[in-house]
Design a protein around this ligand. Structure first.
Ligand SMILES: [Zn+2]
Ligand SMILES: [Zn+2]
Length: 251
């Protein structure tokens, strides 16, 4: 492997996370990053010309535009929409005109396809997802490095509840680019054992939840499994994920 990535270690948030007792502390850190992104784009940066240009160029995914919309910052979001709409109209003008002026037949289909391609292009990539992705890369790197160099951290990971499957996948696919072959092998095995142990725990909790709804068990204790179905979903697909980062820029 040539050119292993190097990031500044994010030791404090990662240590706090591993001790939090969460089903996936990378999901928790992504929730924080997401909120930070929303606050950033609705804060004083709205007036910063560089940010405005970036927003007009890329915008946000559906999920994050909706979060901005829910944040009750009418004036800030209004300013964003004002120029984003104007910029979108400029970008779409040719394709809109193409549909308006086309003759029936094959040419109509072509004009529709051209307009549709503009939509796909306009909607791909999200500035908040991009910010989240750059934090995720640093957190994943830190977890792998600390696991490999700090026995106390390794122990804390072993005692944690593991990760959602989405972030587990991030960890195992990143490890070979961070560690040497022998260490990467040890990391992937250890994290996989941790993950399987915790999937067994979630499955057992979820099974008990289903059993509790049988009348024969109605008087038996819940054993903390009232929310097992929610935890199962969180474990299977994660709670807070990067959805659509812009490949060509780093934030
Ligand atoms: Zn997760
Ligand atoms: Zn997004």
């Amino acid at each position: 492997m040539i050119g292993k990535p190097k990031y500044k270690l994010e030791t404090i948030p990662v240590w706090d996370g591993v001790q939090s007792g969460s089903e996936c502390f990378l999901c928790d850190l992504m929730k924080e990053a997401e909120q930070h992104g929303v606050d950033f784009y609705l804060g004083s940066s709205v007036m910063n010309p560089e940010t405005r240009v970036r927003v007009n160029e890329y915008g946000f995914c559906n999920s994050h535009f909706q979060m901005l919309s829910d944040a009750k910052k009418a004036q800030d979001l209004g300013l964003i929409c004002d120029t984003y709409l104007e910029e979108s109209r400029k970008k779409f003008k040719k394709a809109f005109d193409g549909v308006l002026n086309v003759k029936p037949g094959k040419k109509t289909e072509k004009a529709i396809a051209e307009l549709s391609a503009q939509f796909t292009n306009r909607e791909s990539g999200c500035l908040i997802c991009t910010q989240m992705k750059s934090r995720l890369d640093r957190y994943v790197y830190t977890i792998i490095q600390l696991w490999n160099t700090d026995p106390k951290f390794k122990e804390a990971v072993d005692e944690s509840k593991g990760f959602c499957l989405h972030h587990y996948n991030e960890l195992i696919t990143t490890a070979p680019s961070v560690l040497n072959a022998k260490d990467a092998n040890a990391f992937v095995k250890s994290i996989t054992e941790l993950e399987l142990r915790n999937l067994d725990r979630i499955a057992a909790d979820n099974l008990w939840l289903t059993q509790k709804y049988k009348s024969a068990n109605s008087n038996k204790p819940w054993n903390g499994c009232e929310d097992a179905h929610h935890r199962a979903v969180d474990k299977m697909v994660g709670k807070h994920r990067v959805l659509d980062p812009i490949a060509k820029i780093k934030l």
